[in-house]
Write a protein that binds this ligand. Structure first.
Ligand SMILES: Nc1nc2c(ncn2[C@@H]2O[C@H](COP(=O)(O)OP(=O)(O)O)[C@@H](O)[C@H]2O)c(=O)[nH]1
Ligand SMILES: [Mg+2]
Length: 363
């Protein structure tokens, strides 16, 4: 058997019913190419990995990476790419929405000298991407518009999940790529320093037949965090952005709770109302962080209760750091807003670090 010229990396989560059909379709589409399929499964509960391994046992062109304790489309794709030694690599969805017949055209384009990246661009019917609902089409277009903030090259469909590249391009960028995101192509385009030679080729995006989409409203928040991450020169982690949004919402919750406590429960007095509002805001921040910021490490049941206690404790330590820094800066020049801001930022960074270390720690 020839060593593969093309590795096709397919991130999958709960796609059991799509695996065997995809292998068959790829084999039919690339009869004269030495290809391999690398499925990267995040330990799907539906038995996707078992299905992959059963196929791989009978076909040396199929491989599977099963990741445990991790979730994320970008991270899974990057690991798949890094496990390849072929000169060319494609990233493709495992739900049959990407037309495998385009792979031949993409391969012909990438084989040309000096081409670094080929994007399969989703075809349009008027303002609407075929195969997507109006709502999803709008989300994709808006995301694409925002991506221009961080990418230098003009490409028609930076939100495409179907593309092929010379392996070195991503090998070089890999240490800087964010593993939490959903839009790995935007990340590659934003991260690569040298200008890339890019080709685009149109195709018709298919409707999903089996299983369901994993893209939900939370992915949109991640994407905003991802843009912020790039706009700050990759200084601010994606997660910190989410943590900050939740914190800002916490201020609103706090003020609303304080107002209700003052008018509805006058017997509490101001101190009592302020303590109640603080507890409510802490609980709401904890729940939102558990649902959004740390959804890949979400706590349940007893762990959830323990987590809340640890979160409240770490908020108290954050408060001490906040007041300490604010006092120091205030004593220096009496600029109240600078002192307040520096304190708030210090407290947030402190809370972010401690909650990552103690509350939602990596297992
Ligand atoms: N390994 C892995 N694959 C994922 C994850 N989330 C989504 N996928 C896969 O990524 C591909 C695109 O996801 P999909 O839900 O179809 O997104 P959509 O096409 O934008 O609705 C599919 O093959 C999914 O199975 C994840 O967290 N880990
Ligand atoms: Mg899909």
């Amino acid at each position: 058997m020839r060593a593969p010229e093309l590795s096709i990396v397919v991130p999958v989560f709960n796609e059991r019913a799509n695996i065997a059909p995809l292998v068959g379709l790829v084999a039919d589409a690339l009869p004269d190419v030495a290809w391999e399929l690398i499925f990267v499964d995040d330990n799907s509960p539906d038995g996707t990995s078992e299905e992959i391994k059963e196929l791989a046992a009978n076909d040396p062109r199929v491989r599977g990476i099963r990741r445990v304790g991790r979730r994320g489309l970008s991270g899974a794709s990057i690991e798949g790419v890094l496990s390849s030694s072929a000169p060319y690599v494609a990233v493709m969805d495992g739900d049959l929405q990407h037309d495998e017949r385009v792979l031949t055209r993409m391969l012909a384009l990438i084989r040309a000298p000096n081409v670094d990246l080929v994007i399969a661009t989703r075809e349009r019917e008027g303002s609407h991407i075929t195969g997507l609902s109006d709502k999803r089409s709008f989300v994709s277009d808006f995301g694409s518009f925002l991506s221009r903030l961080v990418i230098k090259n003009y490409v028609k469909d930076p939100m495409s999940g179907f593309f092929m590249f010379r392996r070195e391009v991503v090998e070089r960028a890999a240490p800087k790529l964010a593993t939490e995101g959903f839009k790995i192509l935007v990340d590659i385009l934003a991260t690569t320093e040298e200008p890339l030679q890019i080709r685009e080729t149109p195709y018709v995006f298919r409707e999903r037949q089996h299983g369901e989409s994993k893209l939900d409203a939370r992915v949109a928040f991640d994407y905003l965090g991802f843009l912020f991450h790039h706009l700050t020169g990759r200084l601010v982690p994606i997660r910190f952005f989410l943590f900050g949004i939740v914190g800002a919402l916490g201020v609103v919750v706090h003020l609303a709770a304080l107002r209700f406590a003052l008018s509805g429960l006058p017997s509490l007095g101001f101190d009592g109302a302020q303590i109640t509002a603080t507890l409510i805001a802490m609980a709401s921040n904890f729940i939102l962080n558990n649902q959004l910021t740390y959804r890949d490490r979400r706590l349940h049941g007893f762990q959830f209760l323990i987590g809340f206690v640890l979160f409240a404790l770490s908020c108290c330590i954050g408060l001490v750091a906040n007041v300490g820094i604010a006092r120091l800066i205030y004593s220096d020049g009496q600029i109240w807003w600078l002192a307040g801001l520096a304190g708030a930022i210090t407290g947030s960074v402190f809370n972010y670090v401690t909650s990552g270390l103690f509350v939602w720690r990596k297992r």
